[in-house]
Design a protein around this ligand. Structure first.
Ligand code: GBH
Length: 458
């Protein structure tokens, strides 16, 4: 036997992630009402590939037991799922829908029985349509308050049984991307003024803070660790030289100036406020305090790199610039998914150095790959195995350097509804046959199961 390659620390948390609208289906069952994504898919012809939608997802709502059995078979130690807010609070009265809540109770029961830690995201973009209609979504503070109340409901109901909580998933995707006019917009896909956009960002981070506080306050026993899951620009230095490294750190803080910087520093990055001038966010000191609520961990969704160089001739006078990667740069099966395993080292390191966060989890990482069963019915997704090996090697480096990375959630457990791409892009460790809804572990699932079993890459 050769000695283990890249051994991970004892108790390293190996998991996989999903999100409610992408997998659950059952969109009109047990009292669930519409989310902005249901409306968007059904009323924006051309927005989604083949006009697909999440009506069926991968039928997880009915097959969750089978899915937990699959997780157990792979040896997963944790599972990150999200809660569909319009299942739990379907109407503007704010009344809790016990039937909707029960689904998550059953899922958590099943996970605990299988010895898998439940990690719960409170919001992965499926905003109730009633919140969008009544509050203009994140444009108003009422949305942030409604989110805080929903978080309190979840804290009371399951706070004693989940192992970790992420308030939100990826600010940019439900704020900036959702308020952009172009073809690439996410739900609800509305055009707002520059000031309304800045205000929406503000309400999103305020909502995050309110949710963290409300969840903790509502728990009937010691609250689980609470953080968030974000996909900030994933900056890496052009070369590992002091000047590029220093530039990358500066760039990272600047590029997260409207989201993570205020959350971890209690203040917006000055360059962000300057860039907006009179269109900047309006807020109170009290709100900034809520935004700055201490978190137990930072969750990083890491996919593709933004390369930074030290640049004395940067026209903006920042001393750094972004190096474009160009069309020829290697990618996975997604136009935006440039391959950059070194993000797994640099992003945790920089976030830790800047903000001294107590713990870091990789809350998402994975890739699309054009999986197809071969004539023996196997799905040999070598490309995804290669991707995982490379990314995990760099994660190992971060841990070896003493960065407190405590866990890794692969995106995703199984193929699912990939937003604008519908079901045309596959991110799963398990293949889903959309005609029969059968799940089949791919080669990457077998690879990952080995990694978990050995707690090492080889
Ligand atoms: C994650 O976002 C999501 O959390 C998850 O739901 C999703 O299924 C998964 O990734 C795979 O996509 O169109 O060129 O402007 C990842 C972050 C944010 C990366 C939006 C791509 C769009 C780039 N994504 N971004 S572009």
């Amino acid at each position: 036997m050769s000695k283990p390659f890249c051994p991970f620390p004892d108790n390293f948390l190996w998991g996989a992630a999903t999100a409610s609208y992408q997998i659950e289906g059952a969109v009109a069952e047990d009292g669930r009402t519409r989310s902005v994504w249901d409306t968007f898919c059904h009323h924006r012809p051309g927005a989604i590939a083949f006009d697909q939608n999440g009506d069926l997802g991968v039928d997880h709502y009915h097959r969750f037991r089978e899915d937990v059995a699959l997780m157990k078979e792979l040896g997963l130690k944790a599972y990150r799922f999200s809660v569909a807010w319009p299942r739990v609070v379907p109407e503007e009265s704010g009344k809790v829908n016990e039937q909707g809540l029960d689904f998550y109770q059953r899922l958590i029961d099943e996970l605990l029985r299988a010895g898998i830690e439940p990690w719960m995201t409170l919001f992965h973009w499926d905003l109730p349509q009633w919140v969008e209609d009544n509050c203009r979504g994140w444009e108003t503070n009422d949305c942030a308050k409604a989110f805080g109340e929903f978080a309190g409901v979840m804290g009371k109901a399951v706070g004693d049984r989940v192992a970790g909580v992420m308030t939100i998933n990826e600010f940019v995707c439900f704020v900036d991307r959702a308020c952009s006019a172009g073809r690439e917009t996410f739900a609800p896909g509305k055009v707002v003024s520059k000031q309304a956009l800045a205000q929406s960002r503000h309400h999103a981070i305020y909502g995050h803070g309110l949710a963290a506080l409300a969840f903790r306050a509502a728990c009937i026993s010691t609250p689980p660790p609470i953080g968030l899951a974000d996909n900030m620009p994933q900056t890496v230095p052009l070369l590992e030289q002091e000047d590029h490294i220093a530039a990358t750190k500066k760039a990272f803080r600047h590029l997260t100036g409207e989201y993570l910087t205020p959350i971890f520093e209690g203040k917006y990055h000055p360059a962000y406020l300057e860039s907006l001038g009179a269109d900047g966010p309006r807020f109170t000191d009290e709100e900034m305090k809520v935004i700055h609520t201490p978190l137990d961990f930072l969750g990083l969704n890491l996919y593709h790199p933004t390369v930074i160089r030290a640049d004395a001739s940067d026209p903006h006078g920042r001393g750094w610039s972004i190096v474009p990667l160009g069309e020829e740069y290697p990618k996975m099966h997604m136009p935006w998914l440039n391959i950059g395993p070194q993000i797994m080292y640099w992003v945790p390191r920089i976030a830790h150095e800047l903000w001294n966060v107590p713990a870091i989890y990789i809350t998402e990482n994975g890739c699309a790959y054009p999986d197809r069963p071969n004539d023996r019915g196997e799905i040999l997704d070598h490309g995804r195995v290669f991707f995982m090996q490379q990314y995990l090697m760099h994660l190992h480096r971060a841990i070896a350097d003493g960065i407190p990375v405590k866990g890794y959630f692969h995106w995703s457990l199984m193929d699912n509804f990939e937003w604008l791409w519908g079901y045309t892009k596959r991110f799963g460790l398990a293949y889903v046959n959309y005609a029969t809804m059968q799940r089949a572990p791919k080669l990457s699932a077998r690879f990952y199961a080995d990694v978990i079993r050995r707690n090492a890459l080889g």
